[in-house]
Structures are given as structure tokens and as C-alpha cells.
Design a protein around this ligand. Structure first.
Ligand SMILES: *Cc1c(COP(=O)(O)O)cnc(C)c1O
Length: 441
């Protein structure tokens, strides 16, 4: 054996040995998982209700909710039951066939979009239709295709206006739609046809409309962009403008939807439940499946047959298992009046508590924004959201940063008053520590 071969062999063996030496979880992630996330070193093992535990047994109050996903907390009995029952009957069968759970869920969701207010001539009283998929990004892809189909049946217009600081997912069209440069960096050339305008500014949107514009897409509450709700004037102004210019008004409700604001849709919270306002299409995901990966989009009756047979599809979307779980989420929300809990119960208590902290710690907290259980604590210039999030981890609570300055609270819809009080207590402790540089460790 040549000298070279021998060395290669030894090196190979060394390499193999190091590879298989039992390593820590962070090391395994480093070695085997594509590093798209700057992960915290928390090693989570299980959860129950609003509590989640790490592998050392430490308990955390979960106010991040898996980024607005765990709408009923962890291990909710109704979800476990739906999972078990449906899995033992039929998990998956393809969209080539009919299943009860998909039809029932589509009906329930479509009904929730029916405006209870007076008919303003825009809504014809019918409920529209739903398409099911697996994620928020995929739901938005469906909206983009809907907009292009709509354009192709008119004058061939294909452009979509979105807003600065928006977030619409990580697919190629999703990042093109997202109004944040850092999301697009290094993935050019961008999918063409997207322009970004300032949020909460009707005039800017109207000025951006050209004869190529097919639709405008906005979030009801910007999430990743820092928890900024749309104003009532903005929603109503856009509706009017879109009617006038004959373009679609589409809403990305992936984070702010599904009762997170205290109503099914954030626009119903912003404009009042009896509003006759209705967008033309809405994307959904996150809270809809309570932890099961699911997405969907709803389309107004006037446009709900544009995506005709063969024009769009998905293998897993709307599978019986996901639909059964989403139905269980809707059942629990209705039975336990969780919309009310978010609107006027624990959600209101959280908002009031945060306002109190804001006035007490005005040196630290610049603003408290959001609706219901989608709230952002905006820190003053000299503080970093990530530092507060780390401190909160140390003191037993999970939250999610949004950008440099905002800490998001996205707890389960069944969060109780006592959970809220515990959250406010931990927050107060950590905000005080933030003042003495405790977060920079
Ligand atoms: C999370 C999110 C998405 C993307 O959803 P995925 O399920 O991660 O693809 C899209 N839009 C908004 C507003 C979101 O918050």
C-alpha cells in the first residue's frame, strides 16, 4: 500500500470515527441540518396546555405558540382524539376522490367568511370556496396564481402589489412578494411582477396601480414586519380602490387569521364583526391546524371557479387527517368561545397588562401594538429584542422576536387569565434585568 493510500485510509477512519462519536444535539444540528435558522440552544421535548418542557425538565410558559401555530396549546385532548380517530379510518387518499372531512371543513370555513352585515352590493350572500394546501407559502402561491388567472381572463394583467415590511413566505414567488430586502438577498433574479408600496397608505397603493396590475395583497396585521395592524380607513379605502380599478383585493391571513385577533379574520376585528367589507381572496395557515401542517385559501364566489380542473393541485392538501384536526380546532374554538377569550377575556387582560408595563417602563418599552393574541412589544432604540427573548427563556417563557426591536406574543387561543398574569410577571422581571444589561450574556 502506498504511503498516500495509507494516509488517506487513516484520515478516512478518523473522519468516520468523529462522525459517529455521540455528539450533543447542537452538534448534530450543526453537522446534519442545513443552517437556515439561527436556532436557540433550547432542547424541547414535550408540552401540555400552555406549558412546554425541555429535556432537562425545565418548564416554559409558551407565549410564542410555535409562531402562532399551536392555537389550542400542546397535547389538547380534542386534537389527539381527532388525530387518532381519523388516522385509524383514513389518513390520506389523494384529491382525486371525495372525503367528508374536506367538504365539511371547506363548508365551515366558507361560512365563516360570510359577512353578517348589510349587503352593500359587493357581496351576493354566497360564501365562496376553499382550496387546501400544506403551508402559508403554498397558500400564497395559490393566491398569486388566482390573480394571474383573473388577469388572463381580462386584459392579461399579471402584476401584484404588496407592501413594504410584509412577509409572504419563502418560495421564489413568496420572497418576490415579500417587501423586505433581507429575505430576497442572494436569490435573484426575482420572480417578476411584484411591486411594494408603504403599508396603511391607500394613495400609495392607488398610485402604484398600472394597466398591468391584477391584484393587491396585504396582511391584516403585518406579522414578521413588526406587528402592525391595518387601519379601518386603509381596508375600506383599498376595497373602494380595488372595486374602482377592477383589481383583486387579497389578504394574507396566515398569521393574523383564525381568531388570533379575537375574530375569525383580523378585518372583522378592525372593522367590527358586522362589517360588509370582504376581500376577494384570503390565504390561511398556522393556527388553522393547531400544529398539524395545513394551509388553505378562500376565494369570493365571483372568482372561485377561476382555478378550474387541472389548473392547480397538491398531493397532501386537504387530506382527511389534516381536515379532521382543523375541524376539531374549529369545534373547540366554538364550544369554549375562544374568540371571546381573545377579544374580551384573557386577550384584553394581556393588552391592559402590557399597557401598564409600558407606562411603568417607558424607558424600555416604546409601544405595544397588535390585536388579541397577536401582540408586539416594541422596545426603545437602545434595547435589542433578541436580548429580551433570551432573558425570557432563562426565566421560563418562550416568545418570538420580530426584527430588531419587537418581541411578539402569540399564545394559544385558550390561554387563561392566570397564564397572562404569569406572563406579565416574567416580562416585568426580565424588563428590569434588561435595564442592567442582563440580556447581553
Ligand atoms: C408564516 C407566514 C407565511 C409563511 O407560512 P409558511 O407556513 O411558513 O410557509 C406567510 N405569510 C405570513 C403573513 C406568515 O406569517
Amino acid at each position: 500500500m502506498s504511503h498516500f493510500n495509507q494516509i488517506t485510509k487513516i484520515t478516512k477512519r478518523l473522519f468516520t470515527t468523529t462522525r459517529f462519536v455521540a455528539s450533543s444535539l447542537p452538534e448534530q444540528f450543526q453537522q446534519y441540518v442545513v443552517p437556515t435558522y439561527g436556532r436557540y440552544t433550547l432542547e424541547l421535548s414535550h408540552g401540555k396546555g400552555n406549558k412546554i418542557y425541555d429535556t432537562s425538565g425545565k418548564c416554559y410558559l409558551d407565549f410564542g405558540g410555535g409562531i402562532a401555530v399551536n392555537s389550542l396549546g400542546h397535547a389538547h385532548p380534542a386534537l389527539l382524539k381527532a388525530l387518532e380517530t381519523q388516522a385509524s379510518q383514513l389518513m390520506h387518499c389523494s384529491n382525486l376522490y371525495l372525503t367528508t372531512s374536506q367538504a365539511t371543513l371547506a363548508h365551515r370555513l366558507a361560512d365563516l367568511f360570510e359577512p353578517s352585515g348589510t349587503n352593500d352590493g359587493h357581496n351576493d350572500g354566497t360564501t365562496g370556496k376553499v382550496f387546501f394546501c400544506n403551508s402559508g407559502a403554498e397558500a400564497n402561491e395559490g393566491l398569486f396564481k388566482l390573480a394571474k388567472r383573473y388577469g388572463s381572463t381580462n386584459n392579461g394583467q399579471h402584476e401584484i402589489i404588496t407592501t413594504i415590511n410584509s412577509f409572504h413566505g419563502r418560495t421564489l414567488a413568496g420572497i418576490a412578494a415579500t417587501g423586505q430586502d433581507k429575505i430576497k438577498a442572494g436569490f435573484g433574479p426575482s420572480v417578476p411582477g411584484f411591486t411594494h408600496v408603504p403599508f396603511n397608505n391607500v394613495q400609495a397603493a392607488a398610485d402604484a396601480v398600472t394597466d398591468q396590475t391584477a391584484a393587491i395583497l396585504i396582511e391584516g396585521i403585518q406579522g414578521e414586519g413588526g406587528v402592525t395592524p391595518a387601519t379601518a380607513e386603509y381596508l375600506l379605502g383599498l376595497r373602494q380602490m380595488c372595486n374602482d380599478k377592477k383589481i383583486l383585493l387579497m389578504m394574507d391571513s396566515v398569521q393574523c387569521g383564525h381568531f388570533r385577533s379575537g375574530e375569525f379574520q383580523s378585518y372583522q376585528q378592525i372593522l367590527g364583526k358586522n362589517t360588509s367589507f370582504r376581500p376577494d381572496a384570503v390565504s390561511m395557515a398556522k393556527s388553522i391546524g393547531g400544529g398539524f401542517p395545513m394551509g388553505a385559501f378562500w376565494v369570493d364566489p365571483r372568482y372561485s371557479d377561476l382555478l378550474s380542473a387541472g389548473s392547480h393541485g397538491t398531493t397532501y392538501g386537504g387530506n382527511p387527517l389534516g381536515c379532521a384536526i382543523a375541524l376539531a380546532v374549529l369545534d373547540v374554538v366554538a364550544q369554549e368561545k375562544l374568540d371571546e377569550n381573545v377579544r374580551s377575556g384573557a386577550g384584553l387582560r394581556l393588552k391592559q397588562g402590557l399597557e401598564r408595563l409600558k407606562s411603568q417602563y417607558s424607558d424600555h418599552i416604546a409601544d405595544v401594538r397588535g390585536l388579541g393574541f397577536m401582540v408586539g412589544i416594541v422596545l426603545n432604540e437602545k434595547y435589542v429584542a433578541g436580548d429580551l427573548v433570551q432573558l425570557l427563556h432563562q426565566h421560563g417563557m418562550l416568545t418570538v422576536p420580530a426584527g430588531e426591536r419587537v418581541v411578539r406574543l402569540l399564545p394559544a387561543l385558550n390561554t387563561t387569565n392566570s397564564d397572562v398574569d404569569e406572563c406579565l410577571g416574567i416580562l416585568e422581571t426580565c424588563i428590569e434585568l434588561l435595564g442592567v444589561g442582563g440580556g447581553t450574556a
